[in-house]
Design a binder for this molecule. Sequence first.
Ligand SMILES: Nc1ncnc2c1ncn2[C@@H]1O[C@H](COP(=O)(O)OP(=O)(O)OP(=O)(O)O)[C@@H](O)[C@H]1O
Ligand SMILES: [Mg+2]
Length: 184
Amino acid sequence: MHYTLCDLIADLTQNSAEAQAKKITVELLETDKDLTVYIRDDGKGMSPEVLQKASNPFYTDGIKHPKRKIGLGIPFLIQTASDTGGSWDIQSKEGEGTTVTARFDLTNIDTPPIGDVPLLFRQILTFPGGCEMQIIRKKNTKTSEFEYDFLRSDLLDALGGLETAGDQALLLDFLQSQEDQSGD
Ligand SMILES: Nc1ncnc2c1ncn2[C@@H]1O[C@H](COP(=O)(O)OP(=O)(O)OP(=O)(O)O)[C@@H](O)[C@H]1O
Ligand SMILES: [Mg+2]
């Protein structure tokens, strides 16, 4: 199966959206050595029991995919990070929210490719429900150095909407322009 770290991040952000978060913060910090990811939400959170079960690939809450017997998001994160010399951590409190932290070793040949960051951000910014989202992105490598940070609500104000194909094309343009600020 081929997947990227962006696929994994989209999946974990979707968990936050599904947990009725009012605000989700997604932070990606990239160097030549590693990609560090933080996904924070103020959604329903998990009890220690649910968190423990959620780390098991054969657990899913049985509501979302009534016929499917496995959940992919968290077990995939754990497997990917553990198999490639990375690390992961999930802090969650019922009724307060969840913070997922992961660090992937980009020098390990078995680490999946990062994937397309602007496409990832477009995907999560257009999730149904439309809760507030803060995107924080920093890249500091030999070939490029930039950072940007914005709120979904500010983008929505600027673009007037995120639903139509036109809105989404403008959104992708904006996201790509943020990534193109190479340091050379
Ligand atoms: N951010 C979160 N807040 C609250 N509960 C969460 C969060 N992330 C995961 N969970 C709980 O952990 C369970 C397992 O999550 P996981 O992403 O592994 O599978 P899933 O979401 O059930 O299925 P899939 O991701 O494959 O659609 C979820 O069903 C949910 O109960
Ligand atoms: Mg999930």
